[in-house]
Design a protein around this ligand. Structure first.
Ligand SMILES: Nc1ncnc2c1ncn2[C@@H]1O[C@H](COP(=O)(O)OP(=O)(O)O)[C@@H](O)[C@H]1O
Ligand SMILES: [Mg+2]
Length: 228
């Protein structure tokens, strides 16, 4: 049997709030196909909760989640972190980059964690920065870069270990429309081969770039819309 690259089975997440429980995600099941899948829904509908479960940052109250064939729901925190390092890349709305590292060092960082030799790290980081159009910014620190440039560095870093899944949570949320388009263009372009790109957004224009849109409401998956 083929191992699921990104699959959720009946995922439920409940948070305790004082005496009450909040059901942030309710019985979410989906086997993500290759390509770009957008996750949309109003604020509080469970988008970030879902992403945190799919990536193994958090564990479900009920249900199963597989990343690169690994049962994240059955693994401890360290093992989940290991799976994540090897198979997932992340681009968040903000606070993506390590402020004390240059752009090149940020991109090389996941390879350092994996134990890739220094020369290879630098070469690959250079190539990735070139791919996102930032060769001239290699030695800049995050604070010396624009928001759009920082997101492009974040994309380069997310690709450092050639992940099977690329997760993005409101990746264009803090950018003006020109910078946002460029970041979105780069993200969409990364959906090659077996790779899955999961794009969490509340912006319909961003979601329209995906091959399919999953709509959440009050923690439930209420619609799956395939692009014609
Ligand atoms: N750590 C937490 N503890 C308690 N409640 C939480 C926690 N994280 C999220 N929630 C609640 O779960 C629901 C879904 O939140 P979230 O996944 O952040 O939604 P979205 O990303 O769609 O805005 C909300 O009602 C939110 O308040
Ligand atoms: Mg959110």
């Amino acid at each position: 049997m083929k191992k699921p690259i990104l699959q959720a089975k009946n995922l439920t997440k409940r948070y305790r709030q004082g005496e009450a429980w909040i059901e942030a995600l309710k019985g979410f099941s989906y086997d993500f196909p290759p390509g770009v899948t957008a996750v949309v829904g109003p604020s509080g509908s469970g988008k970030t909760t879902l992403l945190n479960l799919l990536a193994g940052f958090d564990t479900p109250t009920e249900g199963e989640v597989y990343l690169a064939g690994n049962p994240l729901h059955a693994l401890g925190e360290d093992d989940r972190a290991g799976v994540r390092l090897l198979h997932a890349g992340f681009v968040f709305q903000s606070w993506n980059l390590l402020p004390t590292l240059t752009a090149l060092e940020n991109v090389a960082f996941p390879m350092l964690l994996k134990g890739v030799p220094a020369k290879e790290r630098t070469e690959r980081a250079r190539a990735l920065l070139a791919e996102v159009g930032l060769s001239h910014r290699e030695d800049h620190f995050p604070r010396q870069l624009s928001g759009g440039e920082q997101q492009r560095v974040a994309i380069a870093r997310a690709l450092a270990l050639d992940p099977l899944v690329l997760f993005a949570d409101e990746p264009t949320g803090n950018l003006d429309s020109a910078a946002g388009s460029r970041v979105l263009e780069l993200l969409v372009r990364q959906a090659q081969g077996e790779r899955r790109v999961v794009l969490v957004t509340h912006d319909p224009e961003v979601a329209a770039r995906a091959e399919r849109i999953l709509r959440l409401k009050d923690g439930a998956l209420i619609e799956i819309q395939e692009r014609p």
